[in-house]
Design a binder for this molecule. Sequence first.
Ligand code: 5AD
Ligand code: SF4
Length: 476
Amino acid sequence: MLDVLTQKVHDEARQGEAFAPFINDPAQYKKKFYIESYGCQMNFSDSEIVASILQDVGFGATRDCSEADLILLNTCSIREKAEQTVRKRLTEFRKIKVARPGLLVGVLGCMAERIKAKLLEEEQLVDIVVGPDAYRSLPALLEEAEGGQKAVNVLLSREETYADISPVRLNSNGVSGFVSIMRGCNNMCTFCVVPFTRGRERSRNAFSIIKECQDLFDRGYKEVTLLGQNVDSYYFTPETTDDTGRDTVTFASLLEMVANISPLLRVRFSTSHPKDITDDVLHVIAKYENICNYIHLPVQSGSTRILQMMNRTYTREWYLAKIDRIREIIPGCGISSDIIAGFCTETEEDHQSTLSLMEYSGYDLSYMFFYSERPGTLAQRRYKDDVPEMIKKRRLQEIVDLQNRLSRKSNEKDLGKTFGVLIEGNSKKSDQDWMGRTSHNKVIVFSKTGADCSKGDYVKVKVTDCTKATLLGEIV
Ligand code: 5AD
Ligand code: SF4
C-alpha cells in the first residue's frame, strides 16, 4: 500500500506548479517588508510562509529595516528571556517609527498569541498583532492598519497548516531547507506554553509536503528538515478518489516517501518525543542511507518524579531503554537533548539523576535551560517555582560543563574516521575552508585546497582533529 501511495504522492508532486520564487529582487515590489524571527526553527519556517503571503500582495523582503514600509517581529514565548529580547527590540523600532510615521510595525507568533491586548496597550506603536494560525489574514490586517486602525487576529485553528502556501526561502544557504509537516502540540508538558500559543496538533497534507520537498530538490537543495513540535505523532489520511482506497500516512511512512525523492536528498527531522518515536521510524532511518542518523530526543529531566510532574509520560528507565533501542537499531546514531535545570521542587538528588542520565545517554549535543515559569501553564497553576535562581543557575552550569565534556568525548571518538559530508558553504572563520555536516549532525571544517568541489556537493572527509563543538578534517 505504501508503494502505491508513495507513487501517487510523487506523481501529484511532479504535476504541481513549481513552488513560489525564492527571495526576489525587492525592487520589483511596490513595498518592502523586513522580518526578524526569534525562537525555534518552526518560527523561522513560519516567517517564510508570511513572506510568501506578503509577496502575493506586493511586498518584497528586505534585509535593511531602514528602508522597510513594514517591520515584523516573529516572536517566541517559551522562556521569559525570549520575550524580554523582543520587547527590547520593539523599543528600538519605536524610535524608527517616530521618525517615520507611515511605517507599520507588527508582532507575529507566540507572543502575539499570549499577550495580544498588552502588546497593543503597552507598546503603543505596534499596529498589527497576528497569531501563528492567522497569517492568511495579514493582507486584510495590513489594509486596516494602513487606515489607521489597530489590526489584530489571534484566532487559533484546528485545521490551518498553510499546506498550499509555498514558502519564500529567507536567509537560505540554498543547500538545506526547512519543511513544516505539522503544527501545534497536544502534549501539555506542564512547563510549556506552546500548546497555548500554537494550539492543537494537526498534520499537514502529505502530498503538499512531498511536493515542497521535491521542489526544493529540483531547485538544487540537498537537504530537507521536516519540522514539527512532535513529528512522531504525524498522522494524515488522504482523501483518495481512485481505487487506492484510504490509507494513513504515519511519520515512518512520510519519512520513507521523502527519502524516496532522491538518494541525493538528505532528510532530517525535529523534534521527536521519546514517548512517540517508534521502532518503525528507527528501522526506516536505518534502511535509507539518505535519512540522517541523528535524533533530537529531549529528555528534560533524569528524575522520574520530576518527569511525572512535567507530564512527560515516561520514566527515566523507559527513556534509557529508548536510547538503547536507538543504538541497537542505528549504531553510531547522533543523539541530542533538551534539558531543564531547577524545575519546581527539584532536589539535589533529582539534579544528580539528570547528570547521570546524560552520562549514560552520551549526548553529542544538548540545549540546556533553567526553568522559567510561564504564565498560564499547568506548572504555573499547580506548582510553586521554588528552586532559588542561584541554585537553578549553578545546576545549569553543571549540566553545561558535563555536556561540554560529553561533546568533546563524542568528537574524539570520531578521530581517524571518514564521513560523507554535505558542504553547506564557507566556514565561519575562513573562506579558505569549507563547512559541512556529517549524517550524525556534526559540523566539520576542512580546507578547500586540493579539493575540486562546491557548496551542495557530497564529499568524503577524514577527521584529523576536533574541538568540543567542531570536527576538523581533510578531504579523502
Ligand atoms: N522553561 C525553560 N525551558 C523551557 N522549555 C520549554 N518551556 C520551558 C520553560 N518554561 C525548553 C524545553 C523544550 C525546549 C524547546 O525549550 O527543554 O524542549
Ligand atoms: Fe512543549 Fe512538550 Fe509540546 Fe514540546 S512536546 S512543544 S515541550 S508541550
